[in-house]
Design a binder for this molecule. Structure first.
Ligand SMILES: Nc1nc2c(ncn2[C@@H]2O[C@H](COP(=O)(O)OP(=O)(O)OP(=O)(O)O)[C@@H](O)[C@H]2O)c(=O)[nH]1
Ligand SMILES: [Mg+2]
Length: 616
């Protein structure tokens, strides 16, 4: 017997999705099974509990595992509701980003869940499935205690599903469920002997899945998608049937704890052969990833018995009764469906099981801004603005002689037909700089690649597409914005006028000295000999000296002006880049983060509760 605490741990183990735990469990199971040589036949421990009242009797390991996974219906239902809610939001958020085929199975499970939710949970639907002649109908009749479904030597016998209902109560009608299952009215039976242990059971006898008639398989496949639990019936000849294992049991591996596997017709085998066949069957199931519910572990039960002699039917009835009484089979079946959907969608929402991708880092944004600044030529424009400032300072504070010379050179060049800017080395700074489309393209590519790193392919594609959609109009928008930017003349520092006045005074001094000197030279009696020379010298040296000093003084403000101009363009480019590219990319990343969060909740067996508990 498994102690209650242990059972809760088993529950935790069960709810861990396929992975190391599951593998570990399977390995443990196989080794224990092989070393202990544990054997069970249907009915072996049925007597353990006979006569004990339901509340007091000791639960067998199987019941323990099932009860543990069930805990209370509301708890499982609550978790399932959270998971389904997350899955619904996930599908809604992903619809425009993913191919509808990718989401088809999720949509089907959501529809099934909604349909099952509208039908009474007082009933548990259990299908008996198997190959033709395995004894499904005979077992169905044995469980019902009456000949309700035709069994016989003709193959196949059962052509459409037959149901047997153990009424759950007057106010609870099974009709809605039977309608949904598509059981024809003529094939709906009621249990003659109302076994209280099976109240709320709707048992279905299915046609054979390996029929010569393809309609049989279609019905089986449809019903297996709708019922809450399945009893798989195998016989000693066909228990290893590839179709059963590959097509059905492998696909139902995630539904192990709502599955029972019965080796029927055990009466046709010698007792020692039954054990050997059971062992082989368990090995095959284990290889298909079907967890086995033994040694207190949750999972599928494997039993041997005979529907004909009734051997083991009591044990099977008891196990089905526990499943029905827990009223959690529907929730567990749907939870297994959600698990399976989540496994199928994992690659779409989580790339390589990696951590959440970094998304758009500050570095990536900054680098994008730098590249856009280069694309609009912000550094060159800054340099040109700096030079322009220096030139204006030269013109304002230079010697009048140098100014005249410059004008003369320009006029001559004009006469020769050369553009004055070339002749004077004057670059125009008032033209709109051309935006380099290839550099913009490179910047967008780099940004979107970094943003998409670590994302699953569909989301990486969505991020890249969002970037390129915005990037298409970016060069044009940049050109327009730069063309419209305010281009007023930069301010003129006050000291330039003072320097210009100084140059005028110095020129006047120079001219005064020159006139004076000439007067002295033609022998006019003018007082002082050296003074005119001094005036001439001061004027001639002072002018260039003042111009040179002004040039030195203008360097700092010119540099600051150049930097300001560069930053203005840089900011303009960054703002546009942000609006056109960074924002759409960030929105796409945000959407991915949202769907990833929903996916984690939908995929988590505890509906994400363990994540919030651990602060994850
Ligand atoms: N010896 C023996 N024969 C059995 C047992 N169960 C069923 N049979 C026989 O196997 C044959 C087929 O049984 P059915 O119950 O009709 O098998 P089925 O799986 O319903 O077959 P289909 O309806 O064709 O899919 C019948 O002749 C049964 O009497 C069993 O436990 N032992
Ligand atoms: Mg049958």
């Amino acid at each position: 017997m498994t102690p209650p605490g242990q059972r809760r741990q088993d529950n935790a183990a069960r709810t861990t999705p396929a992975g190391p735990h599951r593998q570990e469990h399977r390995e443990r199971h196989v080794s224990e099974h092989q070393t202990s040589g544990h054997r069970r036949r249907l009915g072996e421990h049925a007597g353990d509990h006979a006569g004990a009242p339901p509340g007091e009797r000791h639960e067998p390991a199987a019941g323990g595992a099932r009860a543990a996974t069930g805990t209370t219906g509301t708890a499982e239902d609550g978790v399932l509701r959270v998971r389904l809610g997350a899955l619904r939001e996930l599908v809604g958020l992903s619809r425009t980003r993913l191919d509808e085929r990718v989401l088809a199975e999720a949509g089907r499970v959501l529809d099934e869940a909604a349909a099952r939710d509208r039908l009474p949970r007082a009933y548990t639907t259990v299908a008996i499935a198997g190959a033709t002649g395995s004894g499904k109908s005979t077992l169905f009749n044995a469980l019902a205690g009456a000949q309700l479904s035709e069994a016989g030597v003709r193959r196949p016998t059962t052509a459409s599903p037959v149901s047997c209902t153990w009424e759950a109560g007057r106010e609870q009608s099974p009709d809605g469920l039977l309608e949904r299952l598509g059981v024809p009215a003529r094939a709906r039976r009621r249990a003659h002997v109302l076994d209280p242990g099976l109240r709320g059971l709707i048992l279905l006898d299915l046609p054979d899945y390996d029929s010569v008639d393809p309609a049989h398989r279609e019905q089986v496949d449809r019903l297996l998608g709708l019922v809450d639990a399945v009893v798989w019936v195998v016989d000693p000849e066909k228990y290893a049937d590839a179709l059963l294992h590959e097509r059905y049991l492998r696909a139902f591996a995630g539904h192990a704890d709502v599955s029972l596997i019965v080796l029927n017709q055990a009466d046709r085998l010698p007792p020692e052969a039954v054990d050997a066949v059971l062992d082989d069957l368990r090995r095959l199931l284990d290889e298909r990833g079907v967890a086995l519910g033994e040694h207190g572990e949750p999972g599928a039960w494997v039993l041997a018995g005979s529907a004909l002699t009734g051997d083991g039917v009591g044990e099977l009835r008891k196990l089905i009764g526990e499943l029905v009484a827990a009223r959690t089979a529907a929730a567990r079946r749907l939870a297994a469906d959600v698990d399976s959907v989540a496994r199928g969608l994992e690659s779409v929402y989580v790339a390589d099981g990696a951590q959440a991708p970094a998304g758009l880092t500050d570095d990536a944004r900054e680098e994008f801004g730098d590249r856009l600044a280069a694309a609009v030529g912000a550094p060159a424009a800054g340099l040109a603005a700096e030079r322009g400032w220096l030139r204006r300072a030269d013109r304002a504070c230079g010697t009048p002689l140098a100014q005249g010379l410059r004008r003369l050179v320009a006029r001559r060049a004009e006469r020769r037909g050369e553009p004055p800017a070339l002749a004077t080395g004057r670059l125009r700074t008032d033209v709109s700089p051309a935006v380099s489309a290839p550099v913009v393209e490179q910047a967008v590519r780099q940004l979107s690649d970094e943003a998409a790193e670590g994302l699953p392919e569909p989301w990486a594609r969505a991020v890249r597409e969002a970037a390129w959609r915005g990037a298409e109009a970016l060069p044009g928008a940049l050109e327009r914005a730069l063309g419209e930017r305010e281009r007023g003349r930069p301010p003129r520092p006050g000291w330039w006028s003072a320097a210009a006045a100084g140059q005028a005074v110095l020129l006047a001094t120079q001219l005064l000295g020159l006139c004076w000197l000439l007067t002295v030279l033609i022998g006019q009696p003018v007082m002082g000999r050296w003074l005119p020379l001094l005036l001439l010298g001061v004027g001639a040296v002072g002018g260039p000296l003042l111009a040179w000093g002004c040039r030195i003084a203008a360097r700092g403000p010119a540099h600051a002006h150049g930097r300001a101009e560069e930053w203005r363009m840089r900011r303009l480019a960054a703002e546009l880049g942000h609006r056109q590219v960074v924002e759409p990319v960030a929105a796409e990343l945000m959407r991915y983060r949202e769907v990833r969060e929903r996916f984690v909740v939908a995929a988590s067996p505890a509906g994400g509760a363990e994540l919030s508990a651990s602060g994850g």
